[in-house]
Design a protein around this ligand. Sequence first.
Ligand code: FMN
Length: 434
Amino acid sequence: MADLTTDFLGIKSPNPFWLASAPPTDKEYNVRRAFEAGWGGVVWKTLGAEGPPVVNVNGPRYGVIHGADRRVLGLNNIELITDRDLETNLEEITRVKKDWPDRALIVSIMVPCEEAAWKDILPRVEATGADGIELNFGCPHGMSERGMGSAVGQVPEYIEMVTRWCKQYYSKPVIVKLTPNITDIRKPAEAARKGGADAVSLINTINSIVSVDLDTMSPHPSIDGKGTHGGYCGPAVKPIALSMVSEIARAPATHGMPISGIGGVTTWRDAAEFITMGCGNVQVCTAAMTYGFKVVQEMIAGLSRWMDEKGHESIADFMGAAVPNTTDWQYLNLNYIAKAKIDQDACISCGRCYAACEDTSHQAIAMSEDRTFSVIDEECVACNLCVEVCPVENCISMVPMEAGTTDPRTGKVVQDDYANWTTHPNNPGAVAAE
Ligand SMILES: Cc1cc2nc3c(=O)[nH]c(=O)nc-3n(C[C@H](O)[C@H](O)[C@H](O)COP(=O)(O)O)c2cc1C
Protein backbone atom coordinates (compact mmCIF):
# COMPACT_ATOMS: atom_id res chain seq x y z
CA MET A 1 0.00 0.00 0.00
CA ALA A 2 1.25 3.45 -0.93
CA ASP A 3 2.40 5.64 1.94
CA LEU A 4 0.43 8.89 1.83
CA THR A 5 2.04 10.51 4.85
CA THR A 6 3.73 13.85 4.34
CA ASP A 7 6.35 15.81 6.18
CA PHE A 8 5.89 19.44 5.20
CA LEU A 9 8.44 21.67 6.96
CA GLY A 10 8.73 19.02 9.65
CA ILE A 11 4.94 19.05 10.14
CA LYS A 12 3.70 15.51 9.75
CA SER A 13 0.26 14.57 8.46
CA PRO A 14 -1.28 11.24 7.50
CA ASN A 15 -2.08 12.43 3.99
CA PRO A 16 -1.38 15.47 1.79
CA PHE A 17 -4.95 16.79 1.98
CA TRP A 18 -5.34 19.88 4.15
CA LEU A 19 -8.38 22.10 4.39
CA ALA A 20 -7.60 25.68 3.35
CA SER A 21 -8.31 28.63 5.61
CA ALA A 22 -11.99 29.38 5.03
CA PRO A 23 -15.44 28.64 6.55
CA PRO A 24 -14.77 24.86 6.80
CA THR A 25 -12.00 25.63 9.33
CA ASP A 26 -13.69 28.49 11.17
CA LYS A 27 -14.41 26.70 14.45
CA GLU A 28 -13.69 23.72 16.67
CA TYR A 29 -16.89 21.90 15.68
CA ASN A 30 -15.95 21.95 12.00
CA VAL A 31 -12.29 21.07 12.45
CA ARG A 32 -13.02 18.11 14.72
CA ARG A 33 -15.50 16.75 12.17
CA ALA A 34 -12.98 17.35 9.38
CA PHE A 35 -10.34 15.34 11.23
CA GLU A 36 -12.85 12.58 11.94
CA ALA A 37 -13.60 12.46 8.19
CA GLY A 38 -9.88 11.97 7.49
CA TRP A 39 -8.35 15.33 6.54
CA GLY A 40 -4.60 15.31 7.11
CA GLY A 41 -4.48 18.90 8.28
CA VAL A 42 -6.25 22.24 8.39
CA VAL A 43 -5.34 25.87 8.11
CA TRP A 44 -7.61 27.59 10.60
CA LYS A 45 -9.81 30.40 9.23
CA THR A 46 -7.80 33.64 9.30
CA LEU A 47 -7.54 35.32 12.69
CA GLY A 48 -7.39 39.09 13.01
CA ALA A 49 -6.06 41.38 15.70
CA GLU A 50 -7.71 41.87 19.07
CA GLY A 51 -10.29 44.63 18.90
CA PRO A 52 -13.70 45.43 17.54
CA PRO A 53 -15.09 42.30 15.86
CA VAL A 54 -15.06 41.95 12.09
CA VAL A 55 -18.59 42.43 10.73
CA ASN A 56 -19.71 40.46 7.69
CA VAL A 57 -22.59 41.31 5.35
CA ASN A 58 -25.96 39.81 6.23
CA GLY A 59 -27.02 39.22 2.65
CA PRO A 60 -25.73 36.67 0.18
CA ARG A 61 -21.96 36.20 0.40
CA TYR A 62 -21.47 33.82 -2.49
CA GLY A 63 -21.99 33.72 -6.22
CA VAL A 64 -21.37 30.73 -8.44
CA ILE A 65 -20.64 29.89 -12.07
CA HIS A 66 -22.46 26.61 -12.77
CA GLY A 67 -21.71 24.05 -15.45
CA ALA A 68 -24.51 22.77 -17.69
CA ASP A 69 -25.27 20.06 -15.11
CA ARG A 70 -25.34 22.68 -12.30
CA ARG A 71 -22.03 21.51 -11.00
CA VAL A 72 -20.12 24.28 -9.20
CA LEU A 73 -17.32 25.36 -11.53
CA GLY A 74 -16.36 28.61 -9.85
CA LEU A 75 -17.22 30.15 -6.48
CA ASN A 76 -17.06 33.84 -5.67
CA ASN A 77 -17.22 35.15 -2.08
CA ILE A 78 -17.28 38.50 -0.31
CA GLU A 79 -16.65 37.17 3.19
CA LEU A 80 -14.04 38.64 5.49
CA ILE A 81 -11.63 36.94 7.88
CA THR A 82 -13.11 35.28 10.97
CA ASP A 83 -15.77 37.31 12.72
CA ARG A 84 -15.34 35.22 15.85
CA ASP A 85 -13.54 36.50 18.92
CA LEU A 86 -9.73 35.98 18.93
CA GLU A 87 -9.56 34.45 22.40
CA THR A 88 -12.32 31.95 21.62
CA ASN A 89 -10.50 30.87 18.48
CA LEU A 90 -7.19 30.49 20.34
CA GLU A 91 -8.82 28.37 23.06
CA GLU A 92 -10.45 26.12 20.45
CA ILE A 93 -7.19 25.73 18.51
CA THR A 94 -5.40 24.71 21.71
CA ARG A 95 -8.01 22.07 22.52
CA VAL A 96 -8.19 20.64 19.01
CA LYS A 97 -4.40 20.39 18.62
CA LYS A 98 -4.15 18.62 21.96
CA ASP A 99 -6.74 16.04 20.94
CA TRP A 100 -5.41 15.53 17.38
CA PRO A 101 -1.61 15.49 17.69
CA ASP A 102 -1.15 13.49 14.46
CA ARG A 103 -2.88 16.09 12.27
CA ALA A 104 -1.39 19.31 10.96
CA LEU A 105 -2.93 22.44 12.43
CA ILE A 106 -1.78 25.73 10.95
CA VAL A 107 -3.12 29.11 12.05
CA SER A 108 -3.81 31.72 9.39
CA ILE A 109 -3.21 35.30 10.49
CA MET A 110 -3.93 38.75 9.09
CA VAL A 111 -3.21 41.77 11.24
CA PRO A 112 -2.22 45.33 10.29
CA CYS A 113 1.13 45.86 8.64
CA GLU A 114 2.71 47.13 11.86
CA GLU A 115 5.39 45.32 13.83
CA ALA A 116 3.54 45.80 17.14
CA ALA A 117 0.43 44.02 15.82
CA TRP A 118 2.44 40.94 14.79
CA LYS A 119 4.54 41.02 17.95
CA ASP A 120 1.34 40.99 19.96
CA ILE A 121 -0.48 38.11 18.28
CA LEU A 122 2.39 35.71 17.50
CA PRO A 123 3.22 34.60 21.07
CA ARG A 124 -0.49 33.99 21.69
CA VAL A 125 -0.72 31.80 18.61
CA GLU A 126 2.49 30.00 19.57
CA ALA A 127 1.00 29.21 22.99
CA THR A 128 -1.79 27.19 21.33
CA GLY A 129 0.65 24.46 20.32
CA ALA A 130 -0.38 24.77 16.64
CA ASP A 131 2.21 23.50 14.16
CA GLY A 132 2.81 26.69 12.23
CA ILE A 133 1.31 29.86 10.82
CA GLU A 134 0.16 30.94 7.40
CA LEU A 135 0.29 34.66 6.61
CA ASN A 136 -2.80 35.72 4.72
CA PHE A 137 -1.45 38.21 2.20
CA GLY A 138 -4.11 37.21 -0.24
CA CYS A 139 -7.73 38.09 0.45
CA PRO A 140 -8.73 40.51 -2.31
CA HIS A 141 -11.79 42.14 -0.77
CA GLY A 142 -12.85 43.88 2.42
CA MET A 143 -9.52 43.61 4.22
CA SER A 144 -7.36 44.82 1.33
CA GLU A 145 -9.15 48.17 1.43
CA ARG A 146 -7.91 48.38 5.03
CA GLY A 147 -4.29 47.85 3.98
CA MET A 148 -4.19 44.11 4.70
CA GLY A 149 -4.57 40.89 2.68
CA SER A 150 -3.75 41.34 -0.98
CA ALA A 151 -2.76 44.96 -0.34
CA VAL A 152 0.32 43.47 1.39
CA GLY A 153 0.68 40.54 -1.02
CA GLN A 154 0.98 42.92 -3.97
CA VAL A 155 4.03 44.69 -2.53
CA PRO A 156 7.06 42.40 -2.28
CA GLU A 157 8.83 44.76 0.17
CA TYR A 158 5.90 44.46 2.63
CA ILE A 159 5.89 40.68 2.29
CA GLU A 160 9.57 40.50 3.08
CA MET A 161 9.23 42.87 6.04
CA VAL A 162 6.25 41.13 7.66
CA THR A 163 7.73 37.68 7.10
CA ARG A 164 10.89 38.83 8.86
CA TRP A 165 8.84 39.98 11.87
CA CYS A 166 7.12 36.62 11.99
CA LYS A 167 10.40 34.73 11.91
CA GLN A 168 11.59 37.00 14.71
CA TYR A 169 8.58 36.61 17.02
CA TYR A 170 7.49 33.05 16.21
CA SER A 171 9.63 29.93 16.39
CA LYS A 172 7.69 27.45 14.23
CA PRO A 173 7.28 27.25 10.44
CA VAL A 174 5.98 30.31 8.61
CA ILE A 175 4.04 29.79 5.38
CA VAL A 176 3.33 32.83 3.22
CA LYS A 177 0.03 32.60 1.32
CA LEU A 178 0.21 34.45 -1.97
CA THR A 179 -2.37 36.42 -3.89
CA PRO A 180 -2.80 35.64 -7.59
CA ASN A 181 -3.93 39.24 -8.18
CA ILE A 182 -0.47 40.26 -9.34
CA THR A 183 1.39 40.29 -12.65
CA ASP A 184 4.41 38.13 -11.81
CA ILE A 185 3.89 35.59 -9.01
CA ARG A 186 7.64 34.96 -8.77
CA LYS A 187 8.27 38.36 -7.19
CA PRO A 188 6.18 37.89 -4.00
CA ALA A 189 7.48 34.33 -3.67
CA GLU A 190 11.04 35.59 -3.87
CA ALA A 191 10.26 38.27 -1.29
CA ALA A 192 8.83 35.65 1.04
CA ARG A 193 11.98 33.59 0.73
CA LYS A 194 14.16 36.66 1.36
CA GLY A 195 12.14 37.40 4.49
CA GLY A 196 12.89 33.89 5.75
CA ALA A 197 9.60 32.13 4.95
CA ASP A 198 9.73 28.37 5.26
CA ALA A 199 7.21 27.88 2.45
CA VAL A 200 4.68 29.57 0.22
CA SER A 201 1.10 28.52 -0.34
CA LEU A 202 -0.95 29.54 -3.35
CA ILE A 203 -3.34 30.64 -4.62
CA ASN A 204 -5.73 32.74 -2.63
CA THR A 205 -8.84 33.90 -4.50
CA ILE A 206 -8.93 35.89 -7.74
CA ASN A 207 -10.74 39.25 -8.04
CA SER A 208 -14.08 38.55 -9.62
CA ILE A 209 -17.64 39.62 -10.34
CA VAL A 210 -19.57 36.49 -11.33
CA SER A 211 -22.64 38.13 -12.87
CA VAL A 212 -24.87 41.20 -13.06
CA ASP A 213 -28.61 41.05 -12.37
CA LEU A 214 -30.13 42.58 -15.50
CA ASP A 215 -33.32 43.63 -13.70
CA THR A 216 -31.74 45.40 -10.75
CA MET A 217 -28.50 46.26 -12.57
CA SER A 218 -26.53 45.12 -9.53
CA PRO A 219 -23.58 42.75 -9.48
CA HIS A 220 -24.26 39.45 -7.75
CA PRO A 221 -24.12 38.77 -4.81
CA SER A 222 -26.15 41.89 -4.26
CA ILE A 223 -26.53 43.51 -0.86
CA ASP A 224 -29.52 45.83 -0.91
CA GLY A 225 -28.99 46.69 -4.57
CA LYS A 226 -25.21 47.04 -4.54
CA GLY A 227 -22.48 44.50 -5.23
CA THR A 228 -18.71 44.43 -5.08
CA HIS A 229 -15.94 42.26 -6.42
CA GLY A 230 -15.19 39.11 -4.47
CA GLY A 231 -12.63 36.31 -4.55
CA TYR A 232 -12.97 33.54 -7.13
CA CYS A 233 -12.02 29.93 -6.45
CA GLY A 234 -13.05 26.35 -7.27
CA PRO A 235 -12.34 24.12 -10.31
CA ALA A 236 -12.24 27.13 -12.68
CA VAL A 237 -9.11 28.54 -11.05
CA LYS A 238 -7.04 25.34 -11.04
CA PRO A 239 -5.23 26.07 -14.32
CA ILE A 240 -4.20 29.51 -13.07
CA ALA A 241 -3.01 28.09 -9.76
CA LEU A 242 -1.08 25.26 -11.40
CA SER A 243 0.69 27.67 -13.73
CA MET A 244 1.63 30.00 -10.86
CA VAL A 245 2.92 27.05 -8.83
CA SER A 246 5.03 25.96 -11.81
CA GLU A 247 6.53 29.44 -12.13
CA ILE A 248 7.70 29.35 -8.53
CA ALA A 249 8.93 25.76 -8.78
CA ARG A 250 11.01 26.60 -11.87
CA ALA A 251 12.37 30.03 -10.95
CA PRO A 252 16.03 29.92 -9.85
CA ALA A 253 15.32 32.33 -6.95
CA THR A 254 12.62 30.09 -5.46
CA HIS A 255 13.50 26.65 -6.87
CA GLY A 256 13.27 24.03 -4.14
CA MET A 257 11.19 26.20 -1.81
CA PRO A 258 8.39 24.11 -0.24
CA ILE A 259 4.99 24.88 -1.78
CA SER A 260 1.48 24.10 -0.53
CA GLY A 261 -0.76 23.99 -3.61
CA ILE A 262 -4.22 25.57 -3.50
CA GLY A 263 -6.85 26.31 -6.12
CA GLY A 264 -9.61 24.11 -7.45
CA VAL A 265 -8.43 20.82 -5.99
CA THR A 266 -11.54 18.67 -6.30
CA THR A 267 -10.27 15.15 -6.97
CA TRP A 268 -7.21 13.04 -6.15
CA ARG A 269 -6.03 13.69 -9.69
CA ASP A 270 -5.94 17.46 -9.15
CA ALA A 271 -3.92 16.88 -6.01
CA ALA A 272 -1.48 14.55 -7.78
CA GLU A 273 -1.00 17.17 -10.50
CA PHE A 274 -0.13 19.89 -7.96
CA ILE A 275 2.33 17.50 -6.31
CA THR A 276 4.02 16.68 -9.63
CA MET A 277 4.39 20.43 -10.09
CA GLY A 278 6.44 20.62 -6.91
CA CYS A 279 3.89 20.91 -4.08
CA GLY A 280 4.51 19.08 -0.82
CA ASN A 281 0.78 18.98 -0.12
CA VAL A 282 -2.49 20.58 -1.23
CA GLN A 283 -5.19 22.65 0.42
CA VAL A 284 -8.87 22.41 -0.42
CA CYS A 285 -11.80 24.76 0.17
CA THR A 286 -14.49 24.79 -2.55
CA ALA A 287 -14.65 21.00 -2.95
CA ALA A 288 -15.31 20.62 0.79
CA MET A 289 -17.88 23.42 0.74
CA THR A 290 -19.63 21.77 -2.21
CA TYR A 291 -19.48 18.07 -1.30
CA GLY A 292 -18.84 18.02 2.46
CA PHE A 293 -15.89 16.75 4.48
CA LYS A 294 -16.15 13.13 3.37
CA VAL A 295 -14.94 14.07 -0.11
CA VAL A 296 -11.46 13.57 1.33
CA GLN A 297 -12.07 9.83 1.52
CA GLU A 298 -12.40 9.64 -2.26
CA MET A 299 -9.26 11.73 -2.60
CA ILE A 300 -7.32 9.40 -0.30
CA ALA A 301 -8.61 6.23 -1.97
CA GLY A 302 -8.00 7.54 -5.49
CA LEU A 303 -4.50 8.82 -4.81
CA SER A 304 -3.49 5.67 -3.04
CA ARG A 305 -4.83 3.43 -5.84
CA TRP A 306 -3.04 5.47 -8.51
CA MET A 307 0.23 5.42 -6.55
CA ASP A 308 -0.03 1.64 -6.23
CA GLU A 309 -0.68 1.29 -9.96
CA LYS A 310 2.30 3.48 -10.81
CA GLY A 311 4.58 1.91 -8.19
CA HIS A 312 5.01 5.16 -6.23
CA GLU A 313 5.68 4.14 -2.67
CA SER A 314 5.56 7.65 -1.23
CA ILE A 315 4.48 11.18 -2.12
CA ALA A 316 8.15 12.11 -2.50
CA ASP A 317 8.43 9.53 -5.32
CA PHE A 318 6.52 11.75 -7.76
CA MET A 319 6.78 15.17 -6.15
CA GLY A 320 8.10 17.68 -8.70
CA ALA A 321 8.17 15.08 -11.49
CA ALA A 322 6.50 17.44 -13.99
CA VAL A 323 8.73 20.43 -13.23
CA PRO A 324 11.58 19.48 -15.61
CA ASN A 325 9.01 18.99 -18.38
CA THR A 326 7.58 22.48 -17.89
CA THR A 327 9.55 24.86 -20.03
CA ASP A 328 9.37 28.11 -21.97
CA TRP A 329 7.72 28.13 -25.39
CA GLN A 330 10.97 28.50 -27.30
CA TYR A 331 12.17 25.13 -26.03
CA LEU A 332 9.21 23.18 -27.41
CA ASN A 333 10.21 20.61 -30.03
CA LEU A 334 9.32 21.96 -33.45
CA ASN A 335 10.34 18.66 -35.04
CA TYR A 336 7.39 17.00 -33.35
CA ILE A 337 4.46 16.65 -35.77
CA ALA A 338 1.08 15.08 -35.04
CA LYS A 339 -2.15 14.73 -37.01
CA ALA A 340 -5.73 14.40 -35.83
CA LYS A 341 -7.37 11.01 -36.34
CA ILE A 342 -11.10 10.31 -36.06
CA ASP A 343 -12.25 6.92 -34.77
CA GLN A 344 -15.12 6.25 -37.18
CA ASP A 345 -16.67 3.64 -34.86
CA ALA A 346 -16.93 6.15 -32.02
CA CYS A 347 -18.04 9.12 -34.18
CA ILE A 348 -21.70 10.14 -33.74
CA SER A 349 -21.63 12.39 -36.84
CA CYS A 350 -22.59 15.48 -34.88
CA GLY A 351 -20.33 17.63 -37.04
CA ARG A 352 -18.95 19.78 -34.23
CA CYS A 353 -15.36 19.08 -35.28
CA TYR A 354 -16.21 20.05 -38.84
CA ALA A 355 -17.95 23.30 -37.90
CA ALA A 356 -15.13 24.35 -35.59
CA CYS A 357 -12.35 23.50 -38.02
CA GLU A 358 -14.08 24.74 -41.17
CA ASP A 359 -15.32 28.04 -39.72
CA THR A 360 -12.57 29.02 -37.34
CA SER A 361 -9.42 27.04 -37.94
CA HIS A 362 -7.65 25.27 -40.79
CA GLN A 363 -10.34 23.65 -42.98
CA ALA A 364 -8.73 20.30 -42.22
CA ILE A 365 -11.87 18.17 -41.76
CA ALA A 366 -13.87 16.90 -44.71
CA MET A 367 -17.58 16.04 -44.51
CA SER A 368 -19.01 13.52 -47.00
CA GLU A 369 -22.61 13.46 -48.16
CA ASP A 370 -23.44 10.73 -45.63
CA ARG A 371 -21.86 12.83 -42.83
CA THR A 372 -18.67 10.86 -42.50
CA PHE A 373 -15.95 13.14 -41.16
CA SER A 374 -12.30 12.65 -41.99
CA VAL A 375 -9.10 14.59 -41.41
CA ILE A 376 -7.25 16.18 -44.35
CA ASP A 377 -3.60 15.61 -43.35
CA GLU A 378 -2.44 18.20 -45.92
CA GLU A 379 -4.22 20.91 -43.90
CA CYS A 380 -4.12 19.65 -40.31
CA VAL A 381 -1.79 21.61 -37.99
CA ALA A 382 -2.70 19.42 -35.00
CA CYS A 383 -4.18 22.37 -33.10
CA ASN A 384 -6.37 20.02 -31.04
CA LEU A 385 -9.57 22.09 -31.38
CA CYS A 386 -11.48 19.14 -32.89
CA VAL A 387 -10.40 16.92 -29.96
CA GLU A 388 -11.59 19.47 -27.43
CA VAL A 389 -14.98 20.28 -29.01
CA CYS A 390 -15.87 16.65 -29.79
CA PRO A 391 -18.55 15.48 -27.31
CA VAL A 392 -17.29 11.88 -27.43
CA GLU A 393 -14.18 11.31 -25.31
CA ASN A 394 -11.28 9.69 -27.21
CA CYS A 395 -13.17 9.78 -30.53
CA ILE A 396 -10.58 12.12 -31.99
CA SER A 397 -6.95 11.79 -31.01
CA MET A 398 -3.63 13.32 -31.98
CA VAL A 399 -1.27 10.77 -33.48
CA PRO A 400 2.44 11.67 -33.68
CA MET A 401 4.03 11.09 -37.10
CA GLU A 402 6.85 8.61 -37.26
CA ALA A 403 10.42 9.73 -37.83
CA GLY A 404 11.42 9.62 -41.47
CA THR A 405 7.89 10.19 -42.81
CA THR A 406 7.02 13.38 -44.66
CA ASP A 407 4.46 15.86 -43.36
CA PRO A 408 2.06 16.31 -46.31
CA ARG A 409 1.28 19.84 -45.12
CA THR A 410 4.81 21.24 -45.07
CA GLY A 411 6.79 18.67 -47.05
CA LYS A 412 9.13 18.47 -44.03
CA VAL A 413 10.65 15.10 -43.12
CA VAL A 414 9.90 14.33 -39.50
CA GLN A 415 13.28 14.08 -37.82
CA ASP A 416 14.36 11.36 -35.51
CA ASP A 417 15.58 13.68 -32.80
CA TYR A 418 12.62 14.20 -30.48
CA ALA A 419 14.73 13.07 -27.58
CA ASN A 420 17.69 15.23 -28.58
CA TRP A 421 15.47 18.26 -28.82
CA THR A 422 14.01 17.92 -25.37
CA THR A 423 17.46 17.52 -23.85
CA HIS A 424 18.77 20.50 -25.78
CA PRO A 425 21.29 22.33 -23.56
CA ASN A 426 19.32 25.56 -23.85
CA ASN A 427 16.26 23.94 -22.36
CA PRO A 428 16.35 24.76 -18.62
CA GLY A 429 13.79 22.05 -17.92
CA ALA A 430 16.06 19.44 -19.42
CA VAL A 431 19.06 20.78 -17.56
CA ALA A 432 17.17 20.63 -14.25
CA ALA A 433 16.20 17.01 -14.99
CA GLU A 434 19.78 15.85 -15.49
C1 FMN B 1 -15.95 31.64 1.58
C2 FMN B 1 -14.48 31.67 1.54
C3 FMN B 1 -13.76 32.26 2.55
C4 FMN B 1 -12.38 32.29 2.53
N1 FMN B 1 -11.71 32.82 3.56
C5 FMN B 1 -10.35 32.82 3.58
C6 FMN B 1 -9.63 33.28 4.70
O1 FMN B 1 -10.20 33.69 5.71
N2 FMN B 1 -8.29 33.24 4.64
C7 FMN B 1 -7.60 32.77 3.55
O2 FMN B 1 -6.36 32.74 3.56
N3 FMN B 1 -8.27 32.30 2.48
C8 FMN B 1 -9.62 32.31 2.47
N4 FMN B 1 -10.29 31.78 1.41
C9 FMN B 1 -9.53 31.26 0.25
C10 FMN B 1 -9.27 29.75 0.38
O3 FMN B 1 -8.47 29.45 1.49
C11 FMN B 1 -8.54 29.22 -0.88
O4 FMN B 1 -7.31 29.89 -1.02
C12 FMN B 1 -9.35 29.42 -2.15
O5 FMN B 1 -10.71 29.19 -1.89
C13 FMN B 1 -8.87 28.51 -3.28
O6 FMN B 1 -9.09 27.15 -2.99
P1 FMN B 1 -10.34 26.32 -3.61
O7 FMN B 1 -10.32 26.55 -5.09
O8 FMN B 1 -10.10 24.91 -3.17
O9 FMN B 1 -11.56 26.91 -3.00
C14 FMN B 1 -11.68 31.73 1.42
C15 FMN B 1 -12.42 31.12 0.40
C16 FMN B 1 -13.78 31.07 0.45
C17 FMN B 1 -14.54 30.40 -0.64
